[in-house]
Design a protein around this ligand. Structure first.
Ligand code: SF4
Length: 613
């Protein structure tokens, strides 16, 4: 019997309103741990190419990890997984807050949501006392109101809520799930809850005891890992300046996306940096459950147009780019405001800002006319127009109905070549320029290995600035390397982050891999060393790849649009561009994936124990 799990998952059938539990599948847990790996293996058998992601047939899972509740560093995040309505492939989004730990305290390793309700409902979980309740009165409301109202009705402020806003209800393809001013932002998981008419989940658990396999050794390993992370340089930067702490540096190196990826240096970038936030509106750090870093920003804007009602969650780097440099807006307070309304609407800041900026770019180039977009005249730096467009998207009004389908749909409608839209597998790329760090070309272009382009599931932009991963073969290399070394580096990075998505550890938290192995072994009782770190990571990543291939993905989908490959004329990365096709071939070779089909070889699948799939 594995330790550090609760041993059961809560299953909710929204069609029949039946609530049940099912035992944790020990075989899956032994091979995939928990989190996204567990969900992917579980859902692989139940979802296929024909499954409409917004139909009752799609299944959504909310998962915790085996280390959650042990107080291992940065293991309090949770993950939501399903077939994405946005990309049609593996959907996965990871979130902070305390929702996951509360599910585990209530006695579950995860939730399985199937079917669809006729009327809006919310789920109330109080340990084994679980009820579906009418949510008609919440339908149409923002996430802030929904959260406060549900806590009020529940009668305990410490109960934790995860919910959708109007964007999820209106099936905006990149709607998110919001929990306590944090969001599971990517791949449209909020639209799935909207299609199932599940407005919210409120949970309160009472059991904080969790049995680990070896308490003494775990305690010791935990102290070593926590101390190691606390003392690292990355932790100091993230703790004091937040995720946008390196924004000024990115502006110098060409890593900061500007004006929809068409420029690489901006003289106003400092106005939106982590340092500026720290000097102006920052009040304190915010920590997810069990975190030793605290990259979250709590801010207060005391006066002016964007005055806040007290202390609120500040924007993270990705939102600062999305509604800042990508749109040429250098007003940090307005970005904080857009962040807050995106939370309340329940919409992903990366995809919404990316889509608005894509529209602005092609409008200013003359590819789209004002009369085609409800008379709007998007312009660089004009955040008021961006706000109008955002509202139209959330309520699917006028052009918003098209934009709610994302950048690719916009391109298709206006016959804009796919190469001029910054997406891969239909998902907007995130905000670390591949021209300034060639590894990001793999992270984005081969996003079909996981949930589409991601800076968390393959993060050479971060690891190459000094994360100690030599133990698993990730030796520091030049950021402009587009040879075997980079392909191999990213392949190992991807596997390691796939393991992170299952053990669930925040990717900013990097004890030595051997220290992570010790945490897993002493918590679960599974034999875990460096060999297992690599084996499990590779297995989990290939599992996601198999899911995507089953959904119809092919090697052709592993591509990067030209808009991300044209060398910049100025800035820190002037004249540089990765040879993506070369990197892709080298990556496939290292991974033993077929160059045309993109499938893992039989030998590889056998080695990973996935050959029966
Ligand atoms: S580093 Fe930031 S995102 Fe990661 S667990 Fe801590 S607060 Fe959450």
């Amino acid at each position: 019997m594995l330790k550090s799990y609760r041993g059961k998952l809560l299953k909710v059938n929204l069609t029949t309103h039946e609530i049940s539990t099912e035992p944790l599948n020990e075989d899956i847990a032994k091979n995939f741990l928990g989190g996204a790996g567990y969900a992917c293996r579980y859902l692989y058998d139940l979802i296929d190419k024909k499954t409409d992601p917004l139909s009752p047939e799609n299944i959504l899972m909310i998962m915790t990890g085996p280390l959650m509740g042990t107080f291992a560093p940065n293991t309090g995040r949770w993950v939501v997984c399903s077939k994405s309505p946005y990309t049609g492939i593996w959907g996965e989004s990871n979130c902070g807050s305390w929702f996951g730990p509360e599910i585990k305290k209530a006695g579950y390793d995860g939730l399985i949501v199937v079917g669809a309700s006729e009327k809006p409902v919310y789920l109330e979980i109080k340990d084994e006392n679980v009820k579906l309740k009418d949510a008609e009165f919440l339908w149409g409301k923002g996430t802030k109101y929904t959260t406060e109202k549900l806590k009020d009705l529940f009668g305990d402020d410490k109960a934790i809520v995860a919910c959708i806003g109007p964007a999820g209800e209106n099936l905006v393809k990149y709607a998110n799930i919001v929990s306590e001013e944090r969001a599971a932002g990517r791949t449209g998981m909020g639209a799935i809850l909207g299609s199932k008419k599940l407005k919210a989940i409120i949970v309160k658990g009472s059991n904080i005891k969790l049995e680990v396999a070896d308490q003494t050794k775990f305690k010791e390993a935990n102290k070593i890992a926590r101390d190691n992370v606390k003392s690292s340089f990355g932790t100091q930067v993230l703790g004091s300046l937040g995720t946008s702490g390196a924004l000024d540096m990115y502006n110098m190196t060409g890593e900061l996306p500007i004006k929809y990826f068409t420029e690489s240096q901006w003289d106003r970038a400092f106005n939106i940096s982590g340092a500026t936030m720290a000097e102006t509106i920052l009040v304190e750090n915010r920590f997810c459950n069990s975190c030793v870093i605290g990259c979250g920003r709590r801010i207060d804007i005391k006066e002016g147009k964007y005055r806040t009602e007290g202390v609120i969650e500040g924007p993270e780097y990705e939102t600062i780019v999305s509604y800042g440099s990508l749109l040429m807006n250098d007003n940090l307070e307005s970005i904080a405001y857009m962040n807050t309304i995106c939370f309340d609407y329940g919409i992903d800041t990366i995809s919404s800002g990316g889509t608005i900026s894509c529209l602005t770019h092609h409008y200013t180039l003359g590819n789209i006319n004002s009369e085609d977009i409800d008379g709007l005249k998007p312009e660089w730096g004009n955040i008021e127009i961006a706000e109008q467009i955002l509202k139209k998207i959330v309520y699917r009004e006028g052009i918003g109905d098209l934009l709610a389908e994302g950048s690719d749909a916009l391109g298709k409608e206006f016959k804009i070549p796919q190469d001029e839209i910054a997406t891969v597998v239909g998902l907007e790329v995130t905000y670390h320029e591949p021209r300034a760090n060639f590894g990001m070309a793999i992270a984005y272009g081969i996003g079909g290995a996981y949930r589409g382009p991601s800076h968390n599931q393959c993060d050479p932009y971060f690891t190459l600035v000094g994360v100690p991963l030599d133990e698993i073969g990730m030796k520091n290399i030049d950021r402009y390397n587009d040879d075997e070394e980079m392909a191999e580096y990213c392949a190992i990075d991807m596997d390691y982050r796939a393991l992170y998505s299952s053990m669930i550890m925040c990717s900013f938290c990097n004890p030595l891999p051997s220290q992570n192995a010790a945490l897993i072994e002493y918590a679960t009782g599974l034999k875990f060393g460096l060999e297992e770190i690599k084996l499990y990571g590779e297995r989990i990543l290939n599992m996601k790849r198999l899911f995507n291939l089953k959904m119809g993905l092919t090697a052709k989908d592993d591509r990067l649009p030209k808009i991300l490959l044209r060398p910049h004329k100025k800035g820190g990365s002037a004249g540089k561009t990765p040879n993506f096709e070369k990197l892709k071939n080298l990556f496939y070779k290292y991974k033993e994936w077929h160059p045309e089909t993109g499938k893992p070889s039989e030998t590889k699948l056998k080695q990973l124990g996935l050959d029966k799939l």
